[in-house]
Ligand binder design. Sequence first.
Ligand code: F6R
Length: 613
Amino acid sequence: MCGIVAYIGNRQAYPILIKGLKRLEYRGYDSSGVALLNDKNLNIYKKKGKVDELVAFAEQFDTTSTIGIGHTRWATHGEPNDKNAHPHFSGDSNLTIVHNGIIENYDILKTALEQQGHVFKSDTDTEVLIHLIEEIQRSENLSIEEAVRVALTKVVGAYAIVVLDEKEPDKIVAARKSSPLVVGIGENEFFLASDATPIIEYTKKVTYLNDEEVAVVHRDGTFQIKNIQNENLEPSFQYLDMQIELLEKGGYDYFMLKEIFQQPQTISDCMRGRLNANEGWTTLGSVENNIEKFLNADRIIFVACGTSWHAGLVAEYLFEELARIPVEVEYASEFRYRNPVLTEKDIVIAISQSGETADTLAAIELAKERGAFVYGVVNVVGSSIARATDSGSYIHAGPEIGVASTKAFTGQLTLLTMMALNLAYRKGTISQDYYRQMVVEFSTIPTKIEETLKYNDKIEFIAEQIKDSTNALYLGRGYNFPVALEGALKLKEISYIHAEGYPAAEMKHGPIALIDEMMPVIVIATNKSAYEKIVSNIQEVKARKGFVIAIVTEGDKHIQKMADFVIEIPEVEEIFSPLVSSIPLQLLSYHIAVMRECNVDQPRNLAKSVTVE
Ligand code: F6R
């Protein structure tokens, strides 16, 4: 939800800002803009649409400057157009701001400012904030950093902001609350951004701002951090560990395709040091450090949104079946507002790729307030959720840039499977022999995904057959029910085909009415348990002339005879099957979206990091 980047130093700011905005485009692509300060002249160039449109537009201007700020927008207040694009000027055009988040009390602030004579040009909450800063700076005769700090004490909502003042051309002021902001520290230069991707090629030394902190970075290489209560703070530094190649498409047409094909590697990375097939064990350091809490937990509650919530559903099957721990899986957005019953013997596990999802963060805060132990399963290192939880594990999938989550989903499944196996063994709910056998079997998953990816051409051919559908139904049972939900979500979000996922047996309680020859029904039919039942479900669809695409275990001739198309995947233990059966569904959605000429990596209306509720 909006990406921010800023630079101050001796290099040219504009190319750094543009490159950074392109990296951050996954956070929103409704409009983009930059503000550059040159010879005490503050100029803003902004344009509706993607960063490339901004670049084309800005060609006619002199973009020379060694200080600047940039923004790529996911619209909240005000439609996506040039006027509402960031940066925004203050009334006298001396100040400018970029903002990620929502100022919830902007209406009250705007009315008060209008009464003081302020005139607004856009419909955004952000413009209200820069006018507020301007008003405070002018009336109280404050430096820009003081004006920002005081203004933020009057604001309700979420923000990561960066502010430039034409009269103070050697500094940038930044602040955050509930939206991320990273400061990269170079030699007499600073880089600020919503995540580390625009910073990585210039410096590895960073500090992550915490909530209600205000940073001032100066051209002479000095910087200070305060909280909004005006107390000086000591920054803590971290060193980035990220490879630039991971931020490029590397020969693939889309990041999504690259990320699908990376999965054998990312799953191995997630297992590294945590699973030993030769010795037959799997372990997670942070579970080990809190083992008593896990072994004595009354309940585990998974909180997440979207695809991460689907990973939580798979975990429910795993943790209940293997470790016999009662599990609930909650949409973070519902959990946070429904006054849930929680005790100190509950463990809340928050699952998030980005580590920035606003609802998941709020659910964590609620769980902490009520005394539960909160654990994070997160991809983005140093993200807000990683820092807000009591403990947790990274999935080590590397940057996921395609808006549709693929490798993060299988990374989450990998981590949660290792956790369930380890806890089950520790609790004595599975035997040592079974534990060892499963660990060995689990270690073969990357190879099995590799084998599944070889069916890409066939999946592309099948995609051609259903690409013009307007609806699709995904069915699965047991471990493959969440996979059906995830398959349907992937299809709708990138190809704009309406799709629904259902437990296969539930079909006859309603959705069966939809089935006719125009309705592709994708059935995940790899289960050994309930195999006959899923066969019956396929027959029910065929009896109504539905078009069946079945995901089956290699060599399954029985379903092959019934289905219109089958996609075979290697035989795999049922408890691990979502890791493999989700791969053909990712590829199917991808190919359909490409054939429908959709922007696979940046689907309409979506953003990768949902930092607003
Ligand atoms: C779908 C997708 C979203 C995210 C959801 C939660 O492909 O990516 O549904 O899963 O927005 O995001 P995270 O995992 O970052 O909390």
